[in-house]
Design a protein around this ligand. Structure first.
Ligand SMILES: Nc1ncnc2c1ncn2[C@@H]1O[C@H](COP(=O)(O)OP(=O)(O)OP(=O)(O)O)[C@@H](O)[C@H]1O
Ligand SMILES: [Mg+2]
Length: 382
């Protein structure tokens, strides 16, 4: 019998536990969006299940007759023109269910017979040139022009399922404001009653980035924090997948796993998976877990923590160790006192750690780790 657990990146778990509210909330918001614009931010630290929730949202879009596009963002798309290019490619070429390209191709560009779908990239650059005005004007014009086709196709509207969206930030690259471009254009077309719906998912700095770009983001988006699971949901996450296998965990073991993982979704897959792979028994108990514990941690450290930790330079790693002693919420003032280094230098290090995706700012002078339980890893190591 194969192992039912599925630790990984964006891999659908055997049972998606504890996300009933988010799923129902999204379903309801698609109904509300028929008459009032809706947009959603999913924010949470690494491995909490944002990507798999977006995958679940795909099913809901289909069920509720909304078209959707999905994309994983990265820092290269922080340039306005690259960003617009990605967005237009999504709208024109990636929308599931209908070809919006056809609508634009003929009247606007006059592509004749023989046009191949696989040169969409060229089509986008021609498209950008054909429209006039600022990049925002062009985006708005395209959104307006294709809208009719969406309605003709009898779908309710188009949802953008955008992942790793914290990478997109205004002013990160000089004179480039991709977020303003997005927020302005979407708020305009939504004000006109066009049913486009943004679902932006990423690390916790995502929403502050949006608000920094446009303060009205606060009124445009509902924010859902995706975090660790409740005790009850964690229990289901472990027990239900086991029901379909020939392996049993004792209640004692399940309790210990919930305590050890703090209900973090990735660990709720990783720990049971590891135990089943490495304990050749049908009934696994607390004693087996205790015996395996050092090896399990070693494997977790190597597969989950070490790669990201090693991105930090020596001096950054030293600060990370100091931070681990102050976690979960780390105050700049306390850190400075402990680390005994110059304020500006410490600031530089923190900026670099944020860029490497290891920490994020939670408020003025306060920071947290983006990896669950990183402090424990650091304390084990240090
Ligand atoms: N609700 C859940 N119940 C059980 N397991 C889950 C749940 N959500 C996620 N997982 C598991 O956790 C792991 C991480 O999920 P996912 O990749 O979606 O996280 P993420 O938040 O997108 O992480 P990252 O920020 O690194 O992209 C996967 O192995 C997934 O199967
Ligand atoms: Mg993800």
């Amino acid at each position: 019998m194969s192992n039912p657990f599925r630790p990984g990146n964006g891999i659908m778990p055997p049972y998606l536990a504890g996300r009933e509210d988010e799923i129902l909330g999204f379903e309801k918001s698609l109904s509300s969006a028929l008459s009032l614009p809706q947009n959603l931010v999913l924010s949470g630290i690494r491995g909490t299940g944002k990507t798999v929730l977006l995958r679940k949202f795909e099913e809901i879009c289909t069920k509720k007759k909304w078209l959707f596009v999905k994309r994983e963002f990265n820092s290269k798309l922080n340039h306005e023109s690259e960003f617009l290019n990605a967005l237009l490619t999504d709208i024109i070429a990636k929308t599931r269910g209908i070809s919006l390209a056809k609508k634009l191709k003929k009247p606007l560009i006059g592509f004749g017979r023989g046009y191949k779908e696989d040169i969409e990239g060229d089509f986008i650059s021609v498209l950008i040139q054909k429209y006039k005005g600022t990049l925002g004007d062009r985006l708005e014009a395209v959104l307006t022009d294709v809208y009719e086709s969406i309605l003709d196709s009898r779908y309710n509207g188009l949802v953008f399922l955008y992942d790793e969206f914290h990478f997109i930030e205004d002013g990160k690259i000089a004179d480039n404001h991709p977020l303003s471009l997005l927020l302005e254009s979407f708020s305009h077309v939504q004000q006109e009653g066009l049913r486009y719906y943004l679902v932006l998912s990423g690390l916790p700095q995502l929403f502050p980035n949006l608000v920094k770009a446009k303060t009205y983001s606060e009124r445009m988006f509902t924010v859902k924090s995706i975090g660790n699971l409740s005790r009850e949901a964690s229990q289901k996450a472990i027990m239900l997948p086991l029901k379909n296998s020939d392996i049993n965990f004792t209640n004692e073991l399940i309790d210990a796993l919930i305590e050890e993982t703090f209900g973090y979704p990735y660990f709720l897959q990783f720990h049971p998976y590891y135990l089943i792979q490495n304990v050749p028994k049908k009934k696994i108990g607390l004693k087996d877990f205790k015996e395996m514990h050092p090896l399990l941690l070693k494997e977790l450290d190597e597969s989950f923590f070490a790669g990201r930790f090693n991105k930090a330079s020596d001096s950054e790693q030293k600060i990370l160790f100091e931070m681990a002693r102050l976690a979960p919420e780390i105050k700049f003032s306390e850190l400075r006192e402990k680390a005994k280094i110059d304020k500006n230098y410490l600031n530089q290090i923190l900026i670099s750690l944020m860029e490497k995706g290891l920490i994020f700012r939670v408020g003025r002078g306060k920071y947290r780790f983006t990896l669950p339980l990183l402090e424990k890893f650091l304390l084990r190591k240090g």
